[in-house]
Design a protein around this ligand. Structure first.
Ligand code: FE2
Ligand code: FE2
Length: 148
């Protein structure tokens, strides 16, 4: 079950990154920063978002290439849960694709748009990780525990 533990460790890392990025995007009252503050924080936000996107790609690749085949082989009952999680992956990919264009400078975006898109990605990612852990990781770890 090392794979699940490693994926869970990634999730913890992503949650830390999310908290950090939120500090740059939102003020203390959890509103988007006013224009002056956003201007200086945008570069930092994009740097952190770039790193998050890279790590997220590697993580999702492992889920596709290693996790799903393992689940389909040993836990076929979770087939339906995989289908739901897959839908979320598509939503995440769309959010990442648009932000990626902005991060790479292929498209101009106002600071407010960056903040909004970043927050949308973070919210999607957070609930995705929660659902993945609840729908896939927890049942697998429980089954593995029973088998011992
Ligand atoms: Fe995932
Ligand atoms: Fe994941």
């Amino acid at each position: 079950m090392d794979l699940i533990k490693e994926l869970l460790a990634d999730h913890r890392k992503f949650n830390l990154a999310i908290s950090k990025i939120q500090q740059y995007v939102l003020d203390r009252e959890h509103r988007y920063f006013s224009d002056g503050r956003k201007a200086e924080s945008s570069a930092k936000v994009l740097k952190h978002v770039q790193q998050l996107i890279d790590e997220l790609h590697a993580h999702e690749r492992r889920e596709h290439e290693d996790l799903y085949p393992m689940i389909l082989k040993f836990f076929p009952d979770l087939r339906g849960a995989i289908a739901e999680i897959e839908l979320q992956h598509h939503g995440l990919e769309a959010a990442v694709a648009e932000l990626g264009r902005i991060v790479r400078g292929e498209r101009e975006a106002s600071n407010r748009e960056i903040a909004k898109r970043v927050m949308e990605l973070l919210v999607l990612l957070k609930s995705h990780m929660r659902d993945e852990e609840k729908g896939l990781f927890t049942p697998i770890l429980a089954a593995a525990q029973e088998a011992i």
